[in-house]
Design a protein around this ligand. Structure first.
Ligand SMILES: *Cc1c(COP(=O)(O)O)cnc(C)c1O
Length: 368
């Protein structure tokens, strides 16, 4: 962006809120021509038969009409695959990012706080900031587990209206201890949202605990499961919460085509689950390969990515990029992520290319 002061830029800085002017826009790097292992996307295409089925459904879709504002059919299918109990429902968002924003808008009385842990998903802080909420970030322990004493102390001190815990956590990949998360839910005076974006790759969930905790909501997304392009997330919980939140949802936030395609995919849910199983197996292999490189420290993961650290993350990131492999450089984002990188689990072939390139870079820098 230009720093030259034009009449428009004077007006912008006079008119816009300080919080907005100070924000850095969420940066998405150019990935053209790269093996793309930076954004936790599913690397597998859909089976050809399913693509044809989707194409047929799209061909006869009524895109001249507004979508079903309640997305009744899709919600029913989600209820079925998640096994939600009576009294519980789901609300759909244009990605789960939209649901985070909607929750913040709902509780944002003057002085209300949004609490999360750090390092975690950056959108919690970003959305707190641009909705004008007070943001409280509690550092994780050195091994990226929940620091329960300091989290409970912060809850007591700050009385947050909203707590977000990513389970598994992004970008660290680990699953917090379930009993520690329960202590947080019990201690919190407001809503606790357990963000299960990586649920398909993890061995635990808080969905079965919804009935037990009146202040708990569980959020999931289809993005990491192979539908990042659809933009679809959901919030599951008691209808008592969802009926109120519905008032804030823009009526047509999920379009005709995403509704239709998601319905088709849920009819073939086993395809997505098989892909997730494959990714979990390949995660084990990739973890093993990374752990055999002595200059690399790799962390345990229950997600479709691995966090690892090296001596000089930025040099490794740039070296990989030069070799056509794009991952995520986390160095500089948070002090606890110094020299950390995050790689999404790709196809076996992509993973091997990544490992080969990484070894080459590390061997060269050891010699140089
Ligand atoms: C990717 C991610 C999301 C956002 O998902 P969308 O549905 O694509 O908006 C939410 N939470 C966490 C922890 C994530 O990593």
């Amino acid at each position: 962006m230009s720093s030259i002061l034009t009449p428009a830029s004077f007006l912008v800085s006079a008119l816009f809120r300080r919080e907005v002017l100070d924000l850095h826009a969420y940066h998405v790097p150019d990935s053209s021509g790269c093996i793309k292992l930076d954004a936790m996307e599913n690397p597998y295409p859909l089976p050809q038969t399913l693509r044809v089925e989707i194409a047929d459904a799209v061909a006869s879709a009524a895109i001249n009409r507004y979508p079903d504002p309640r997305a009744a059919r899709l919600r029913e299918k989600i209820r079925a695959v998640t096994g939600l109990r009576d009294g519980m429902d789901v609300m759909l968002g244009n990605g789960s990012d939209e649901l985070i924003q909607l929750l913040a808008m709902a509780v944002n009385k003057p002085g209300a706080a949004l609490l999360s842990v750090e390092p975690s998903f950056v959108m919690y802080k970003m959305i707190a900031t641009f909705t004008g909420m007070r943001y409280v970030g509690v550092p994780l322990a050195a091994d990226y587990s929940l620091d329960l004493p300091s989290t409970l102390a912060a809850i007591e001190r700050e009385q947050p209206a909203l707590v977000f815990l990513a389970y598994p956590n992004n970008p660290t990949g680990n699953l917090f201890a379930a009993d520690a998360v329960m202590r947080v839910i019990e201690a919190a005076p407001g809503l606790v949202v357990v963000d299960e974006a990586y649920h398909a790759f993890a061995r635990d969930s808080f969905l079965p605990h919804l009935a037990r905790y009146p202040n708990l909501l569980v959020m999931r997304t289809f993005s990491k499961l192979g539908m990042a392009g659809l933009r679809l997330g959901f919030l599951a919980g008691s209808t008592v919460w969802l009926e109120q939140l519905e008032k804030l949802r823009l009526p047509y936030n999920v379009g005709v085509l995403p509704q239709l395609v998601a319905e088709k995919l849920l009819d073939h849910h086993e395809v997505l689950l098989q892909q997730a199983e494959q990714i979990k197996r390949d995660r084990t292999g990739l973890h093993q390969q990374l752990s055999e490189i002595s200059a690399v420290r790799v962390y345990p993961s229950e997600a479709n990515f691995l966090l690892f650290s090296v001596d000089d993350a930025t040099a490794v990131f740039n070296g990989l990029k030069q070799r056509g492999v794009l991952i995520k450089n986390l160095n500089g984002g948070h002090p606890m992520l110094k020299d950390c990188l995050r790689v999404t689990v790709g196809t076996p072939d992509q993973n091997n290319k990544f490992i080969d390139a990484l070894k080459e870079i590390i061997t060269q820098s050891a010699r140089g």
